[in-house]
Design a protein around this ligand. Structure first.
Ligand code: DLL
Length: 433
């Protein structure tokens, strides 16, 4: 199903033309109304008229989170308060909030992107959508809420938290679809069982999960625990919120709505654009946003693009799974390690291992050490101590082969690791203190 088939399936040529027109327009707008952009362009002697097509995007300067911090709270806005109808904000790991302003048109555009994502996984007017992303400054809840309403769904704005009530509502209302973070989806699945319900008591068919990195192994686990098909949805507040890219029924990576958000992948060190298929940092330019347009915004997310045809017919270039953020990448004894690599290795290692884990990195006697605390599943069975030792050795070996570093493995009983209702905090790096 499509929300807007014509626009989602534009030919390469038509898209190039549209992207070019939109880039020319947005560069002109930011040059005229955002002092930071005027200064950045003046500094390299670039005039808006030098941008003649989307191919000229490489001439433009990058924007970073630091630019947004330096202009906190509203200094990057291209419109005055009379046109801004909403602000959202995200809290990074350090420092000030990153604030984003939306005009009415921006909110409509964002709702449209979320509606496209919902339609792509089979949501239709008669569907009931359980939104368990947080509502508030975080964009997850309101983004999917507006997208769902635009598509004509029945939206249940549960927001995050109060897990028992969430389960009761899903059982009673028979939601067709759910949106929440993947870590919370696993938690909901566990709690469903504890409350003596099974997936048969639910009516879930699809779920849109995002806001944090997750893996194929986690996808299978969520699908089994909640009895639905699990889809990836990607986004970030700076660019819009959820729905910058979304998977379709074929689960082949998330289609970027690239008539609105133009993606590039750049080399992490040189910042030079990389060819399609190569992994690097994802960079976005908002082509139509009014309130806070961003030019070549460095997301810090590490991934690759895929422009091979998708059986669904959508032509939006696809985003591979986000491997992690450049600022979440751990360097352990000189080896680059992403928590998502550890997650894949853990979940596929042994069926008694749950997907609740926590990584602690420390430096002891000048040597980096990594400990992974993992919860066992509630029904994990061990006939003797030796088999526990066997499991620890197996997990240790699987993790070492996945990341190239040996970790200490600590097995914990079910329920020991703190659950998150939003984005899971999976890493403590004591070396930074
Ligand atoms: O997390 C927006 C969102 C809400 C996306 C709900 C999807 C669903 P921020 O709080 O600004 O916005 O965080 C953005 O989260 O740069 C990624 O690092 C990460 N992220 C978002 N979606 C995914 C995903 C929202 N599907 C940051 N896979 C981004 C991996 C994701 N990481």
């Amino acid at each position: 199903m499509f929300y807007d088939k014509k626009q989602e399936c534009l030919s390469k040529r038509a898209k190039h033309k549209l992207q070019s027109e939109r880039l020319i327009d947005v560069v002109k707008r930011v040059y005229e109304s955002v002092p930071t952009y005027r200064a950045k362009m003046d500094a390299i002697g670039l005039q808006p008229t030098d941008i003649k097509s989307i191919d000229d995007i490489v001439k433009l300067p990058f924007t970073t989170k630091q630019d947004l911090r330096d202009n906190y709270p509203f200094g990057m806005f291209a419109r005055g308060p009379e046109d801004i109808i909403r602000v959202h904000a995200s809290s990074g790991t350090t420092g000030k909030l990153t604030v984003v302003g939306y005009t009415k048109k921006d909110i409509d555009l964002w709702a449209e992107c979320c509606a496209r994502g919902l339609a792509a996984v089979g949501a239709e007017k008669k569907s009931l959508l359980h939104v368990a992303y947080g509502y508030g400054l975080f964009t997850g809840g309101l983004g999917l809420h507006y997208g769902g309403e635009l598509l004509g769904l029945t939206v249940v704005p549960v927001s995050a938290g109060n897990t028992q009530r969430q389960i009761q509502l899903m059982v009673d209302f028979k939601a067709d679809g759910i949106c929440c973070t993947p870590s919370y989806a696993v938690f909901l699945g566990d709690e469903l069982k504890k409350a003596n319900y099974s997936t048969k008591d639910l009516n879930l068919k699809w779920g849109l999960f995002g806001a944090e990195p997750w893996t194929e192994e986690m996808r299978r686990e969520i699908e089994e625990k909640l009895g639905l098909k699990a889809y990836d949805i990607y986004g970030l507040s700076e660019i819009a919120g959820p729905g910058v890219a979304s998977e379709c029924e074929f689960q082949t990576g998330s289609h970027i709505w690239d008539d609105y958000f133009y993606p590039e992948i750049v080399d992490l060190d040189t910042l030079k654009p990389l060819p399609i298929g190569e992994r690097g940092e994802l960079v976005f330019t908002t082509l139509t946003k009014e309130g806070m347009p961003l030019i070549r915004y460095r997301t810090r997310d590490i991934t690759a693009l895929d422009d091979s045809p998708c059986p669904c017919g959508r032509t939006g270039v696809r985003l591979n799974r986000i491997k992690g953020r450049s600022d979440d990448m751990l360097i352990i004894r000189g080896v680059n390690v992403f928590p998502s690599q550890i997650e894949s290795a853990l979940i596929s290692s042994d069926e008694r291992i749950s997907s609740h884990y926590h990584i602690t990195v420390d430096r002891i006697n000048n040597l980096d050490v990594i400990e992974i605390a993992i919860e066992l599943k509630e029904d994990a069975i061990f006939d003797e101590i030796k088999s526990i030792e066997g499991l620890v050795s197996k997990v240790k070996a699987d993790v070492a082969s996945a990341i190239g570093v040996t970790a200490d493995i600590k097995l914990l009983s079910c329920g020991s690791i703190k659950r998150s209702e939003g984005k899971a905090q999976r890493v403590t790096d004591k070396r930074q203190k």
